[in-house]
Ligand binder design. Structure first.
Ligand SMILES: Cc1cc2nc3c(=O)[nH]c(=O)nc-3n(C[C@H](O)[C@H](O)[C@H](O)COP(=O)(O)O)c2cc1C
Length: 138
């Protein structure tokens, strides 16, 4: 198992229809490739965790990098994983605003200084997991 986490900026503010389009194709593709994870969208910023077999994760990640619906992709972490953090989600999704996010334990403001250090990346995973579990998304 392998996972990759990145942050990116939506090229334009996306409406619900545009988000649904990304999700729908992602879920279909990810089920077929046994990829799981979580996509968070807040005020024009995406954060995504993708997990699965390394080759599939990287192939999909490279496709995502070329997607013109977002830009400024910042890779936060990439590495091996013992067990999936998001086994139930072909692509869990949440669209929230920062006020809601701040209420979650482990919330880290991507704009804050030091966001990119390791401790904060772990916090990001904890936050995404907490978010997914609290919202029982599928
Ligand atoms: C923020 C973001 C996250 C995405 N996540 C995924 C994903 O998890 N899986 C996926 O297959 N495509 C994802 N996509 C879409 C891909 O960039 C690409 O459009 C899609 O995989 C193309 O699918 P196709 O090769 O079946 O046409 C994402 C796009 C964006 C903008």
């Amino acid at each position: 198992m392998f996972n990759i986490i990145y942050l990116s900026t939506a090229t334009t503010l996306l409406n619900d229809f545009e988000l649904a389009e990304i999700l729908s194709i992602s879920r279909d593709n990810n089920v077929a490739k046994q990829l799981t994870g979580m996509l968070l969208y807040a005020d024009g910023t995406f954060m995504q965790v993708l997990e699965g077999e390394k080759e599939e994760v990287m192939r999909t990640y490279h496709k995502i990098l070329l997607d013109e619906r977002h830009k400024n992709v910042i890779e936060l972490a990439a590495g091996p994983l013992d067990t999936r953090n998001f086994p139930e989600w072909s692509m869990g999704f949440a669209s929230v605003n920062a006020d809601v996010l701040e209420e979650f334990e482990g919330y880290v403001d991507p704009q804050s200084k030091g966001f990119l250090n390791n401790e904060k990346v772990n916090a990001a995973i904890i936050m995404l997991k907490g978010f997914a579990e609290n919202n029982k998304m599928n």
